[in-house]
Structures are given as structure tokens and as C-alpha cells.
Design a protein around this ligand. Structure first.
Ligand SMILES: Nc1ncnc2c1ncn2[C@@H]1O[C@H](COP(=O)(O)OP(=O)(O)OP(=O)(O)O)[C@@H](O)[C@H]1O
Ligand SMILES: [Mg+2]
Length: 171
């Protein structure tokens, strides 16, 4: 087991509307740094794109953030570049390799990818995972997990920012 796998921190919050999930994303975005990779996980319609919209808002992106399901990767300009990808249509790391992901990771932006687990082998091991659960109504359980020191180092700060924004840890 390597260092990235050993270093984990996690917290769970609840949201009760799409707007609240966007606020969560925007709060998270305040702590994001160039080169960060965010995995967005959860079933169809769980709110991955919605959370990405919040990250974009927090990064100061002004244009609309739409689902990248067909374009695979969309680029937005904010405080940092924001790359928003969707691996739903990809089958494994081989297809992901064709996207030239490495180039994006090196461009000093924030890279958020929906259905990231489908292309895990093509992504850096250190990552911030966001798992969204629920969906029949507007309630979502959202678990943030830091894999690797790159993200665990910011955990205390993240907890404080989330608390200040009214999100309580329910894990
Ligand atoms: N608490 C909530 N958080 C996020 N979305 C919510 C919430 N409550 C209701 N919704 C609604 O659920 C839907 C989530 O859709 P969204 O496109 O974000 O999901 P997704 O996970 O990206 O789906 P897909 O796998 O198809 O890409 C939206 O219509 C949104 O308005
Ligand atoms: Mg989506």
C-alpha cells in the first residue's frame, strides 16, 4: 500500500436542494488549488453536475456549466481554469488515455470528473472524492473523502469552511 492510499479523511453532510448542493460545491472550491482532481461519484441524477456547477461558481466561472456527457470535457475560465469531465461514456482507462488527461492535470486548473471510478486507472491516486447518495426527493447525503496528503492537509480548513457555511458533519 502506498502513501496515497494510507492517508484518508472523510466527512458527510446532507443537502436538501440543488441550490444547497451548489453552495457545498462553492464552499469546497474556495480551498481548491491548481492541479487538484475531484472525483464526482453517485448514481444517475444524484447531483454530480449540480455539484460541479457549485465548484464552478466558487471558482468564479461566470458562464453556464452544463453536463459534459457528450463533449466529455468542458473548459471554463475562473480564478483557476476549471475542467469538467464526464466518464460515463468511456469504457476503462484505454479510452480515457485517448483524452490526453495528463495534459489537463498539468495545466494548473481544477479537474472534476463525473463517473471517475470508470476510468480510475487513468487518474492520479491522490484525489478528493465526492459521493452523492439519494435521489427520490431533494435530500442528498454527500460524503467527501480525501485520499492522500495533498488533500488531508487541507482537511481541518475544509471542516471549518463547511461549518461556517452551515454544513454539519453527519458521518
Ligand atoms: N439536494 C440536491 N442536490 C443535487 N441535485 C438535486 C438535489 N435535489 C434535487 N436535485 C435535482 O437532481 C438532479 C441532479 O441532476 P445532475 O445532472 O446534477 O445529476 P448527475 O449526477 O450529474 O447525473 P448524470 O449521472 O446523469 O450525469 C437535478 O435535476 C437537480 O435539480
Ligand atoms: Mg452529470
Amino acid at each position: 500500500m502506498n502513501a496515497a492510499q494510507q492517508t484518508v479523511a472523510s466527512l458527510t453532510v446532507q443537502t436538501h436542494s440543488a441550490e444547497q448542493t451548489r453552495q457545498l460545491g462553492a464552499t469546497l472550491a474556495q480551498l481548491l488549488q491548481p492541479g487538484d482532481v475531484v472525483w464526482l461519484r453517485g448514481e444517475l441524477g444524484s447531483g454530480k453536475t449540480t455539484l460541479a456547477q457549485g465548484i464552478a461558481r466558487g471558482l468564479g466561472v461566470e458562464e453556464p456549466v452544463l453536463s459534459p456527457t457528450f463533449t466529455l470535457i468542458r473548459e471554463h475560465r475562473g480564478r483557476l481554469p476549471f475542467f469538467h469531465a464526464d466518464a460515463y461514456r468511456l469504457e476503462g482507462a484505454e479510452q480515457a488515455a485517448d483524452l490526453g488527461l495528463q495534459e489537463y492535470f498539468e495545466r494548473g486548473g481544477v479537474f472534476a470528473i463525473e463517473w471517475a471510478e470508470r476510468v480510475a486507472d487513468a487518474l492520479p491516486e491522490e484525489r478528493l472524492e465526492v459521493l452523492l447518495e439519494g435521489g427520490a426527493d431533494e435530500h442528498r447525503r454527500i460524503t467527501l473523502t480525501a485520499h492522500g496528503a495533498r488533500y488531508t492537509q487541507r482537511w481541518r480548513q475544509l471542516e471549518e469552511s463547511l461549518a461556517a457555511a452551515g454544513f454539519r458533519d453527519n458521518s
